[in-house]
Design a protein around this ligand. Structure first.
Ligand code: G6P
Length: 492
């Protein structure tokens, strides 16, 4: 953490993201203002970084009480309990939100980049709002920046155009853009009607980061196909109109030890407490899945695998329960509301066929959980299943590993997550292959203690060493190198 601050001691840090790290909502029953931390891998990863460096985080104010908590300049010192940086909120109207966030970002770019066989939708009006909101955030960066060469960390597919817009206004800024979701191959990206503008926008950055080398390669291929530029694969750079952008893989991670572990009861106590709260017998095997209710996460697929296991090995009935916690997300979009309906119907059907009396093999809990609750559940579980159909990284897998100080518990992990490149001691599965996933469930449930320990120990070592400070640190080291070279050029 100290290293981050020392890396560029004179640099001012600004973050640009759609999701804000703290959402203020007015509770409907008590009318009190409550703070919520959103279910977002991006927020989970960046918050510890900006806590360590200080600076300004510019994000969309989305909570019902957000306007009441900021000052006249829309600023708020956070974290609420111990402020160490400033949150600057940007307001977006409902109409703009429909076009920018629901439309272009989540009905266009999200399905385009996650190959989950959901057709991306591209509407001219959404593009208009996407551009307008990118402009608004770029202007806010200029407004908030106290120096002419700040370090600006632009986050994710909501802001592909902002890097170029910031570069035009602050030519000396060090702009690091991180794309938190996968980048598809050129053929797939070519579907996007505004591919050239999006690539040009991103290439306004000093650095463009992805989770894996595979996504970098796809990006190079896409640039090569659609834009007149010079690509140097050996040095991992793209030069466009004389300006160079470094394109590298920086696998994102979590803080270590995670904040959510502080004050947690020992694993054995969590086991008992969670089983009690869920009304499960002490010896029941607990399988958990925790994420946003998103069609890329393969939630139906893992339910089908459980169904297959209970059909082939009925001795597991009454001996295991699968708890799926799903935080509602983007519910206004048809694909998301439909997924929720399908998941409820499928879990009811499985419970009816394999359950009896009070025994239900699946408990589907649809609500937001705070990080402390999530970690408690992880500590209580025998097995955690992450079956994304495609996922940039997936931090749930890393959080599960971090929660298991007892070096127990089995992780089933989709081979289509970035995390599977690092956590190779998980049981790696293809979520499209129901039988394979159901066999992995059986293997996991039967896995002897010493094997769990060996696998968990190795995964914990990986996450501990490659924690989020290292993710940010590696990007900042690369950025510091570029800054130094630029300063020398300026002097010369
Ligand atoms: C993914 C994206 C993030 C996003 C998060 C939650 O992790 O990469 O940018 O914040 O999903 O989605 P939401 O639409 O609720 O912000």
């Amino acid at each position: 953490q100290r290293l981050l601050v020392e890396m560029m001691p004179d640099a001012e840090v600004l973050i640009v993201s759609n999701r804000e790290p703290y959402i203020h909502n007015r509770a409907p029953d008590s009318n009190k203002i409550e703070v919520q931390i959103p279910a977002s891998g991006l927020v989970a990863a960046l918050e510890p970084v900006i806590r360590a460096c200080g600076g300004t985080w510019i994000a969309h104010g989305s909570g019902s009480a957000d306007r009441e908590t900021v000052d006249a300049n829309d600023r708020l010192p956070v974290p609420p309990d111990n402020p160490s940086y400033v949150l600057r909120r940007i307001w977006v109207s409902d109409e703009e939100q429909d076009g920018f966030y629901y439309g272009l970002a989540n009905e266009g770019l999200w399905p385009l980049c996650h190959i989950a066989f959901v057709r991306p939708l591209f509407r001219e009006s959404d593009w208009h709002y996407y551009r307008a909101i990118n402009e608004r955030f770029a202007e806010a960066v200029v407004h908030e920046a106290k120096t002419d060469d700040p370090v600006v960390l632009v986050q994710d597919y909501h802001f592909a155009l902002a890097p170029r817009m910031i570069r035009q206004r602050l030519p000396k800024a060090t702009i690091i853009s991180f794309w938190h979701i996968p980048w598809p191959n050129a053929e797939t990206f070519g579907i996007c009607p505004w591919k050239e503008e999006i690539i040009d926008g991103l290439l306004g950055s000093t650095i463009v980061g992805f989770h894996t080398q595979f996504h970098c390669n796809n990006f190079f291929e896409t640039v090569d196909r659609f834009i007149e530029s010079r690509i140097d694969r050996e040095h991992a750079t793209v030069t466009l109109r004389g300006e160079e952008t470094l394109v590298r893989a920086y696998p994102i991670s979590i803080d270590w030890p995670p904040k959510a572990l502080a004050g947690q009861a020992p694993v054995a106590e969590c086991r008992v407490a969670v089983r009690r709260a869920l009304k499960l017998a002490d010896d029941i095997k607990l399988v958990v899945g925790i994420e946003r209710f998103d069609y890329t996460k393969g939630i139906l697929d893992r339910m089908k695998a459980l169904d297959d296991l209970l059909t082939r090995e009925p001795q597991w009935k009454h001996r295991l329960v699968f708890v799926q916690v799903a935080a509602p997300t983007r519910s206004r979009l048809e694909k998301y509301s439909k997924l929720q309906e399908e998941a409820v119907a499928l879990s009811d059907d499985i419970n009816q066929r394999h359950g009896d009396g009070s025994y239900k093999p699946i408990q589907l809990i649809v609500r937001h959980h705070d990080q402390k609750e999530v970690f408690r559940l992880f500590r209580a579980a025998d097995l955690c299943i992450v079956s994304s159909l495609h996922d940039g990284m997936n931090l749930v897998a890393k959080e599960f590993v971090a929660a298991r100080e007892d070096e127990r518990g089995v992780l089933i992990l989709s081979s289509f997550t970035g995390a599977s490149r690092e956590l190779s001691e998980a049981l790696i599965v293809n979520p499209y292959n129901t039988r394979e996933m159901s066999e992995a469930l059986g293997t996991g449930l039967r896995m002897p203690d010493h094997e769990q320990r060996a696998r968990m120990r190795s995964m914990r070592r990986q996450v501990r060493e490659w924690n989020v400070y290292r993710w940010a640190g590696r990007m900042l080291i690369d950025a510091a190198g570029t800054r130094r070279r630029q300063q020398i050029i300026d002097i010369a």
